[in-house]
Ligand binder design. Structure first.
Ligand SMILES: Nc1ncnc2c1ncn2[C@@H]1O[C@H](COP(=O)(O)OP(=O)(O)OP(=O)(O)O)[C@@H](O)[C@H]1O
Ligand SMILES: [Mg+2]
Length: 331
């Protein structure tokens, strides 16, 4: 198990990434200085409630947010992705850096067979591949993601498959061009618990087999344990806590992380309740002064509204909370 420090040279290195949308209500800083690394064979979970900026972070580094202002750096190996030529980004996207999007039903084309969709994805990046060879490879890919009877399934349409199978097809599509980085955005949300566990197991196996650098986005800390090495917890567009998965579970520092952990359904009570942190998540267009979590925080002090705390080492993790670390940050 990793101690929280990547062991190999990172394949994806993100520094101070910022994304601002221009909205009718004014500028919306949805991502406000996110940094992380992922190395080959390693899994990083990015966790946070709805609207915390998880998807926007990933879409920004893939150059998929036209109209948004994106600053900072996101390097795939030696290639800077922020501000990169759209043509080069298109050749990298889906090939070297691949993403499984949040909603499989809207990502799969309902009028094309899954074999044809896999073939299109492959031939977009490998034009020399014949249709016949692409179909053979499509069957292999379906087999790789453990879809039974792949020879037959390759000619199925998305609506003929179960939710779990569709998610496996999405994974096959994301891996079709042998990427080094796989970003999986809520890959199990719409699935029931048993199928969720199977999909997580599959991602884990594929990560090890193909030495993928995996970024797993989820709002559910429950799926993270056992499936990732490190965790970055996001709130209001920033990473508020980061560390090795064991440390996040056993000695969380940030009150928000503690809140997320307290919300996990417990097996040791007779009546497990699905709790949530009181209050509503901060909106990018109306961030409170100082720490954006302060209005919901049970440890809040008057000083919390004065400055936004920096992410600094504290205990076993990195924490952005001036109450816990005793260090005020910068505004
Ligand atoms: N195109 C856009 N224009 C304006 N604001 C946007 C746009 N896309 C996203 N946002 C805002 O950016 C913030 C972050 O959104 P994001 O989709 O990254 O959240 P998320 O953490 O992925 O949430 P979820 O768990 O619901 O998927 C939200 O407040 C969202 O409303
Ligand atoms: Mg999202």
């Amino acid at each position: 198990m990793s101690d929280g420090t990547p062991t190999a040279q990172p394949v994806l290195r993100v520094r101070d990434l910022r994304v601002t949308f221009s909205t009718a209500a004014g500028p919306a800083p949805a991502v406000r200085g996110v940094s992380f690394d992922v190395s080959p064979g390693e899994a990083l979970a990015v966790v946070g409630e709805s609207g915390s900026g998880k998807s926007v972070t990933m879409l920004a580094l893939l150059g998929m947010l036209p109209g948004a202002t994106v600053t900072g750096s996101a390097q795939y190996r030696d290639t800077e992705l922020v501000g990169q030529d759209p043509h080069l980004l298109r050749t990298l996207r889906g090939a070297k850096v691949s993403m499984i999007f949040q909603d499989p039903m809207t990502s799969l084309n309902p009028v094309l067979t899954i074999g044809r969709q896999l073939s299109l994805v492959m031939r977009a990046h490998q034009p020399q591949l014949t249709k016949k060879a692409a179909k053979v490879r499509a069957v292999d890919l379906l087999e790789m993601v453990a879809i039974s009877q792949p020879q037959r399934r390759v000619d199925s349409y998305p609506h003929e498959l179960s939710g779990g199978m569709r998610q496996r097809v999405m994974i096959a599509m994301a891996l079709a061009n042998e990427p080094e980085v796989l970003i999986a955005d809520e890959p199990t949300t719409a699935l029931d618990v048993t199928v969720q566990a199977q999909i997580m197991e599959l991602l884990d196996e594929l990560r090890v087999q193909h030495q993928l650098a995996l970024v797993l986005i989820t709002h559910d800390l429950g799926v993270v344990a056992g499936a990732t090495d490190r965790v970055a917890v996001m709130y209001a567009g920033r990473v508020v806590e980061a560390g090795a998965v064991d440390a996040i579970f056993h000695s969380p520092g940030h009150p928000y992380t503690r809140g997320l952990l307290e919300c996990l359904p417990r097996l040791d009570t007779k009546h497990p309740v699905h709790a949530s942190i009181p209050g509503v998540p901060a909106s990018p267009t109306s961030l409170p002064p100082g720490c954006p979590f302060a209005p919901r925080c049970k440890y809040v002090l008057p000083s919390c509204s004065q400055a936004e705390p920096d992410l600094i080492p504290f205990g076993d993790t990195m924490v952005a909370c001036s109450v816990i670390t005793g260090v005020a940050g910068t505004q």
